[in-house]
Design a protein. Structure first.
Length: 173
C-alpha cells in the first residue's frame, strides 16, 4: 500500500522535471508562498571566487542570478526539457550559455576544475555514492573549494503554516 503513493510522487516529479518543466517556476513559487527565489539564492553567499558548477540547474533561475553576479557558472542538468527552457531564458536576456546536459554521476569535467559546486533542492541523486565521488573529483584540491547544497527553505511570515506542516510531518512520519 505504501509503494503506490511513492510511485505516484516519483512519477509526478518526473513529469515536473520533464514534460511539465514549463510549470516548474510557478509550482515552486506556489508551494513556497513566493519564497523559492530567496531560498535558492542563499547558496550565493557561500561561494568562493573561481569556477562554479551548478548541478541540476532546472529552469535556470539560479544560473541567471549567478551570471548576473559575474560568477560565470557552468550548469549541468539531465532533463532536455529544463535545458531548452534555460537556454531560451538565457537567449531572451542575452546571457552567455554554458549549460550541459549530462548526469551528475558522470561529470564531463577535468579533475579539480571547480572551486564551487552548487545544488539547490536536489533530489536523491545528490546522495548517490557515484555523484559524491564525481563532485569530489571535480572540486579543487586546495581550499577554499566548496560543495554548497540547499536542501530546504524555511517559510517566513507564516508561523501558523509552519506549525501545521510540522504537525503533519510528525503524524505522518
Amino acid at each position: 500500500m505504501i509503494r503506490l503513493p511513492q510511485k505516484l510522487i516519483k512519477f509526478g516529479f518526473f513529469l515536473l522535471y520533464n514534460h511539465l518543466a514549463f510549470t516548474y517556476d510557478l509550482v515552486a513559487w506556489l508551494v513556497s508562498f513566493g519564497q523559492w527565489a530567496d531560498w535558492r539564492r542563499t547558496a550565493i553567499q557561500y561561494l568562493q571566487p573561481g569556477p562554479t558548477l551548478e548541478l541540476a540547474y532546472g529552469t535556470g533561475e539560479l544560473y541567471i542570478d549567478l551570471t548576473l553576479a559575474n560568477i560565470r557558472p557552468v550548469g549541468l542538468d539531465l532533463s532536455p526539457y529544463m535545458a531548452r527552457l534555460t537556454a531560451k531564458k538565457l537567449r531572451q536576456r542575452n546571457l552567455a550559455s554554458r549549460i550541459i546536459q549530462s548526469r551528475a554521476q558522470e561529470l564531463p569535467f577535468p579533475d579539480a576544475y571547480f572551486t564551487n559546486v552548487i545544488a539547490t533542492f536536489p533530489s536523491n541523486y545528490i546522495f548517490e555514492e557515484k555523484t559524491l565521488s564525481e563532485i569530489n573529483r571535480v572540486l579543487a584540491t586546495t581550499p577554499p573549494a566548496r560543495l554548497i547544497i540547499v536542501m530546504q527553505g524555511q517559510l517566513k511570515n507564516f508561523p501558523w503554516l509552519t506549525a501545521l506542516i510540522e504537525w503533519l510531518y510528525q503524524i505522518t512520519g
